[in-house]
Design a protein around this ligand. Structure first.
Ligand code: FAD
Ligand code: NAP
Length: 509
C-alpha cells in the first residue's frame, strides 16, 4: 500500500520545496504538496480552462496569457495553462511567472529539466504551438544506408552489415577518447536506440528493426578511432533486406539538453540495510541495455505515484568501498547500486520502500556536469558530504585512489545528525587505516553525550581547519554535496576562505 503523506508535507527541507540547482526555496502553503497536486489533477476539474478541447496556439495568442490568473507557458512545443499549478510550484509563483506567455523551455531546462512535466501538467494542456517542428529523415534504411550528421567539428556516420546470425551496426565518431561511459544502447521490442555522447552533444541511431532480435546484445568500442559496434543476434537466421524503419530522432546530433530522457525498466534484485533509514538498492539492467553511469553523475528513477509519473534523481554508488586500490575496480556493468534514505513522509522513497525484490522500476540515462579531469589535475582532494550527499563521493573516492597518481591527500569530512546516521562508517575507517592518503572526519550535529569526535555544522572555522593545501601551491579540488542550504553555505565559506570557483565542485541536480 502506498503511504500517502499527511497535509503537513512537504517538510521544510523537502525537495518539493527546494527548486533544483540551488534556486530559491519557497514555503508552500498547507494543502499544496505534490500529493495535493496529484489529487487535484485526478479530481476531474477543468484545469486547462478549455473543457477538454485542445487548440493550436500562435505566438500572439500565447503572449496574451501572461498574468498570474491567466498564465500559459510553452515547453517543447506544448502549451500549458499553469495558473492552477501556481501555488503548488516548489520554486514559487515568481519563478513560474518568468516564463508567462512565452516559450519557457530554456528556463525549464536550466532549472529542472528532469521533472516530468508532461505527466505533472497533463490536465493543464492547452494544445500545441502552431509552428511545426522540422521533420526527421524518413524512409527505410537500405543495406548500405550510410547517413551522416555533422557540425563544424564533428562528423558522425553509421553503417550496418549482417552475417547469417548477426546484425552489426557500426557508428563512426572519429573521437579519440570515446569510452564505454559515452555509449548507451537499448533494444526493446525491435526498437533499437544507440546514443553516443560527445561533450555536451548527443548522436542518436534510433530504428524500428526490420525483424526481431534476441534479448542480449554486445557493444564493442575501438577507442583509438572512435568506432562503436552494436552487435545484435538475429532471432531467425534469415537475410534482412534492410535494417528497419528510422524513428523520429534517428541520425540526429543535438545538444544533450535537447534530447528527451530515455528510461528502461530495471529489476530490483536486492535491498539491504545500510543504516536504520537508508538502504542499498541493487537494480539489474536488462540484457538488452549497455549503460555505465560515470563517476559524479546521477540517474532518475520514475515511478507512478497515485496515478501520476514522478521522477527523482539518485547517484549510483558501488556495492561496497573497495579497500584495495591497486587496479581499477572491475564492475560488471549489469547492475546499478543506489543508496537511498527512506523518509517516513517522502512520497517517492515510501514507494521505493514498498518495492519488492523482483519488481521493476524505470531508470533514466545518466546526467551531471562533473568531469573526472577535474580530479586528474589535483594534488589534494577534499570531499564535504552531508547525509546522503555522501553518494557521489563513493565512486569519486574509488576513482581518485585508484586512478589518480598525482593525488597526495584525499580527505572526507562527513556531516551527520547522529552516529547511527553515518553511512558505511566501518568501511570508511577501514579505508583510512589501509590507505595513508585517505583521512575521514565525522562531524555530528546532534550527538549523544558519549560522542568523542567533532560536533557542529558546516562553518568557516571547521572548513579552515580541514581544507588546507598540502603545500603552498598544490592544486586542490573541493567537492561538496548535501542538502541545498548546506551546499550553498559551504561554497560561500570556501570562497570566503579564498578558494576559487574552479577549485570547488558542488553537486546539485
Ligand atoms: P520529499 O518529499 O522530497 O521529502 C524528503 C524531505 O522531507 C527530507 O529532506 C526530510 O527533511 C523531510 N522529511 C521527510 N519526512 C520527515 C519527517 N517525518 N519529519 C521531518 N522531516 C521529514 N537521495 C538519496 O537518498 N540517495 C541518493 O543517491 C540521492 N541522489 C540525489 C542526487 C541528486 C542530483 C539530487 C538533486 C538528489 C538526490 N537525492 C538522493 C535526493 C532524492 O532525489 C529525493 O529528493 C529524496 O529521496 C526524497 O524524496 P521523497 O519524495 O521521498 O521525499
Ligand atoms: P540530513 O540527515 O538531514 O543532514 C545531514 C547533515 O547535514 C546533518 O548534520 C544536518 O544537520 C546537516 N544539515 C542539514 N541541513 C543543513 C543546513 N541547512 N545547513 C547546515 N547543515 C545542514 O541529510 P539527508 O536527509 O541525508 O539529506 C541529504 C541531502 O543531500 C538531500 O537534500 C539530497 O537531495 C541531497 N543529495 C544531493 C545529491 C546531489 O548530487 N545533488 C546527491 C545525494 C544527496 P541538522 O542536525 O541541523 O539537520
Amino acid at each position: 500500500m502506498l503511504n500517502v503523506p499527511p497535509q503537513a508535507f512537504p517538510a521544510p527541507g523537502s525537495q518539493q520545496r527546494v527548486a533544483a540547482s540551488g534556486r530559491a526555496k519557497v514555503p508552500l502553503k498547507p494543502g499544496r504538496s505534490l500529493m495535493d497536486w496529484i489529487r487535484l489533477t485526478k479530481s476531474g476539474k477543468d484545469l486547462s480552462g478549455l473543457k477538454g478541447r485542445l487548440v493550436e496556439v500562435t505566438e500572439d495568442e500565447l503572449a496574451k496569457h501572461n498574468k498570474k490568473e491567466d498564465c500559459w507557458i510553452c515547453i517543447r512545443g506544448f502549451v500549458y495553462n499553469v495558473t492552477p499549478y501556481m501555488e503548488y510550484h516548489p520554486g514559487g509563483e515568481d519563478e513560474l511567472m518568468k516564463a508567462a506567455g512565452t516559450d519557457g523551455t530554456d528556463l525549464f531546462d536550466q532549472v529542472h529539466r528532469w521533472v516530468n512535466y508532461e505527466s505533472m501538467l497533463k490536465e493543464c494542456l492547452v494544445g500545441r504551438m502552431a509552428v511545426k517542428p522540422i521533420a526527421a529523415p524518413k524512409g527505410m534504411l537500405s543495406e548500405k544506408g550510410v547517413l551522416g550528421a555533422s557540425t563544424k567539428d564533428v562528423m558522425l556516420s553509421y553503417d550496418w552489415f549482417q552475417t547469417d546470425s548477426l546484425i552489426t551496426i557500426v557508428i563512426y565518431t572519429k573521437q579519440k577518447d570515446l569510452n564505454a561511459e559515452l555509449v548507451i544502447v537499448d533494444c526493446q521490442d525491435k526498437r533499437l536506440r544507440g546514443e553516443i555522447i560527445i561533450d555536451d552533444h548527443s548522436y542518436l541511431v534510433e530504428v524500428d528493426l526490420y525483424h526481431a532480435v534476441q534479448e542480449d546484445l554486445a557493444v564493442n568500442i575501438t577507442e583509438k578511432v572512435g568506432k562503436v559496434e552494436i552487435i545484435l543476434k538475429k532471432n531467425d537466421n534469415i537475410h534482412w533486406k534492410m535494417l528497419g524503419q528510422p524513428l523520429e530522432n534517428h541520425n540526429t546530433f543535438i545538444k544533450r539538453t535537447d534530447r528527451g530522457q530515455f528510461y528502461r525498466k530495471c529489476k530490483l534484485v536486492s535491498k539491504t540495510e545500510v543504516t536504520h533509514d537508508t538502504k542499498l538498492f541493487c537494480l539489474m539492467l536488462p540484457k538488452s541495455t549497455h549503460l555505465r553511469v560515470p563517476t559524479g553523475q546521477h540517474v532518475y528513477l520514475k515511478q507512478i505515484i497515485a496515478g501520476t509519473e514522478v521522477v527523482k534523481p539518485y547517484t549510483p554508488v558501488l556495492p561496497f568501498l573497495p579497500l584495495d586500490f591497486k587496479e581499477p575496480s572491475c564492475h560488471d556493468g549489469a547492475h546499478i547500486y543506489l543508496m537511498i534514505k527512506i523518509y517516513s513522509c517522502g512520497p517517492f522513497t515510501q514507494a521505493l520502500e514498498h518495492l519488492q525484490v523482483g519488481d521493476y522500476i524505470s531508470v533514466s540515462n545518466p546526467e551531471g556536469n562533473f568531469k573526472k579531469s577535474q580530479v586528474q589535475a589535483s594534488e589534494d582532494l577534499f570531499l564535504l558530504a552531508a547525509g546522503t550527499g555522501f553518494t557521489p563521493m563513493v565512486k569519486l573516492l574509488d576513482f581518485a585512489l585508484t586512478e589518480v597518481s598525482c593525488l597526495r591527500t584525499v580527505k572526507l569530512m562527513f556531516f551527520n545528525k547522529t552516529e547511527d546516521d553515518i553511512l558505511w562508517r566501518n568501511q570508511l575507517e577501514q579505508l583510512a587505516l589501509k590507505d595513508k592518503r585517505f583521512e575521514v572526519k565525522f562531524i555530528l550535529s546532534q550527538p549523544t553525550k558519549d560522542w568523542m569526535g567533532k560536533e557542529g555544522k558546516i562553518s568557516s572555522s571547521l572548513l579552515s581547519e580541514f581544507v588546507k593545501r598540502s603545500s603552498k601551491y598544490s592544486k586542490v579540488l573541493i567537492c561538496i554535496c548535501g542538502p541545498t542550504p548546506f551546499t550553498e553555505q559551504g561554497v560561500q565559506y570556501l570562497k570566503d576562505l579564498g578558494y576559487s570557483q574552479e577549485e570547488i565542485h558542488a553537486f546539485t541536480a
